[in-house]
Design a protein. Sequence first.
Length: 305
Amino acid sequence: MSVIALLGAAELGLVFSLVALGVFLSFRVLDFPDLTVDGSFPLGAAVAATLIVAEWNPWAATGLAMVAGALAGIVTATLNVRFKILHLLASILTMIALFSVNLRVMGKPNVAIITQDTVLTPFYGLGLSDAVLRPVFVLVVVLVVVALLARFLTSEFGLAMRATGVNARMARAQGVSTDLHIYAGMALSNALVALAGALFAQTNGFADVTSGIGTIVIGLAAVIVGETVVRSRVILWMLVGCVVGSILYRIAIQLALNTDFIGLQASDLNLVTALLVAGALILPRLGNPLRAKGGTAAKGGRVAG
């Protein structure tokens, strides 16, 4: 694999690490299976691209893309909290609706912004090549997001949100407004996913209504791989694990698709993804068979005695 391909994989991994952080919030912190991300990712790209084409400031366009993603998360939370629709079904309904919303926002299936100014434009004068500038810029954004998110999740409000995900009934007994924290968590989760979509559009030069297909799988894969590689219960390292998992996942995909003797093609991407996620889930469960046998024998001895 060439250096350019490696940098491209790292860049894409960093962009989707924001998706992984959003998925981490919904799945791991709130225990809320959320498929809205398949719609909020292209929503962020659509809003940012449409506003940039309309000659808005790229930073303002990116901020509004995050607001749009947050609203999508609030819609899902409202369906679940207010109308008692099962969380999985509520997120599917929002995801389906967002496909039409994204088409409305763009007015067509895709919008090209390759000739427009983006958030990257002011940094092109630094002397870095495009292949290096893009991943470095996204890395800085991701590091800032990780630092802010770690600070948030260790604050009083963040701890209450984590308690809501662990045991909502106990959290309510302690005076925590679990409904409020679900709303806030879902809004923040999908705002991060929409930010990823906005950056994806600006680094790749286009927004497409189908770009969100499989986003939830990519986010889950990154979270699972990250938890396998970075084993820690400290919230900062758990967030770092999401970022590392996303980068490793993208590099593994790139290596698999560029290895000639395996014979994989771009159309095999979903197969490779399924195998990687399955491997990440299975390997930690295998453990050490010798240790397992020893533990069983020891238990048997104690029972017999």
